[in-house]
Design a protein around this ligand. Structure first.
Ligand code: CP
Length: 347
């Protein structure tokens, strides 16, 4: 629990939130949101990740790019994929990794978030990877850490999940090529509570995607959704018509207040992706999901496990994308796998 006195709020995110993400040379220092970053920088993340995808295929899956650096995973909220792939990414870059167990840490005894951070900082670490249930938590931490520390947002409330969005862009690029302008991408489900959808929409629009659609019942859409540059649909079959990419989202029940849906069964009847419904999309459409998936709620098992599904590829690519973000923020002068191999040969 964050002490009330230091509880971050949406207001802390600020209008120029992306400015604190870049150093004075315009390079990525923190990665807090995909909003406001340019297409060149997002493309640099994807290109850098390509070089690390090869490392992950090798017998020895390790490069020394972040040797001597210490990365701290601070997860105040549950995670399987994000926490483990961040840990693997850090280890494959030869960094030391510390996983703080929040339930047994001093924050659970009433210490403020800031005091906890200052204590960990005193141990001379270089990066905080943060997941928190409050929107704005990662920005709050980035605004309060020492100058030499980078902060990566691993998901804050319903605000942003930038590394998830970038691994999703990587998955799309691997399957559909580099020209996003040719693509129609449909995002289906609980857009209102989804930090993943927000980060995806910003990234897709920055990469000049041909059309970005969102498909959801009115109760699961934010009021200002059109202002994000998307076309809105309420009917699934119409919304995924001729889509190249269909991204399904989990119902974020932990963030819902009040009854926004009649029942999960009814939701599946109207918005669940089945093989029959998927026929409306293009024949070569891919199906994505950030996980964890709820079979029989937002997606049928035949689709989740079927030939169009790239859901497990997304998880694998998450390692390469997180390696890219870590090297771009921490090793700003040495940031490709080839650079790491050169470094290795010196020792
Ligand atoms: N996609 C995602 O954030 O999954 P986890 O909650 O398991 O990290």
């Amino acid at each position: 629990m964050v002490n009330k006195a230091t509880k971050p709020t949406d207001a802390l995110i600020g209008h120029d939130s992306w400015n604190i993400q870049l150093d004075k040379n315009g390079q990525l220092k923190h990665f807090l949101t995909t909003e406001g970053l340019g297409s060149a920088l997002l493309t640099q993340i994807l290109d850098t990740a390509e070089s690390f995808a090869d490392v992950n295929e090798k017998r020895v899956k390790k490069v020394p790019l972040l040797r001597g650096k210490t990365i701290v995973n601070l997860f105040f909220e549950a995670s399987t994929r994000t926490r483990t792939t961040f840990e693997l990414a850090a280890k494959r870059l030869s960094a030391d990794v510390l996983n703080i167990n929040i339930s047994t840490s001093a924050t659970s005894k009433g210490e403020t978030l800031l005091d906890t951070l200052q204590n960990i900082q005193a141990m001379h670490c270089d990066m905080f990877v943060v997941r928190h249930s409050d929107s704005g938590a990662a920005h709050y931490i980035a605004n309060n850490v020492a100058e030499n520390i980078s902060v990566i947002n691993a998901g804050d409330g319903s605000h942003a999940h930038p590394t998830q969005a970038m691994l999703d862009m990587f998955t799309i690029r691997r399957n559909k090529g580099t020209n996003f302008g040719n693509l129609r991408v449909a995002i289906v489900g609980d857009i209102k509570h989804s930090r993943v959808a927000r980060s995806q929409i910003h990234a897709l629009n920055t990469l000049n995607t041909g059309e970005v659609r969102v498909i959801a019942p009115r109760t699961l859409l934010p009021v200002d959704i059109e202002s994000m540059g998307v076309n809105v649909f309420h009917d699934l079959s119409t919304g995924i018509q001729d889509a190249d990419v269909v991204i399904m989202l989990r119902l974020q029940k932990e963030r819902m207040s009040g009854a926004l849906l009649p029942s999960e069964q009814e939701y599946f009847q109207l918005y669940g992706l089945t093989e029959k419904r998927l026929k409306a999309a293009r024949d070569d459409a891919i199906v994505m999901h950030p996980g964890p998936i709820n079979r029989g709620v937002e997606i049928d098992s035949n689709v989740a496990d079927g030939p169009r599904s790239v859901i497990l590829d997304q998880v694998s690519y998450g390692i390469a994308v997180r390696m890219a973000v870590m090297t771009m923020t921490l090793g700003r002068e040495r940031e490709t796998a080839a650079d790491g191999e050169k470094e290795d040969n010196k020792t």
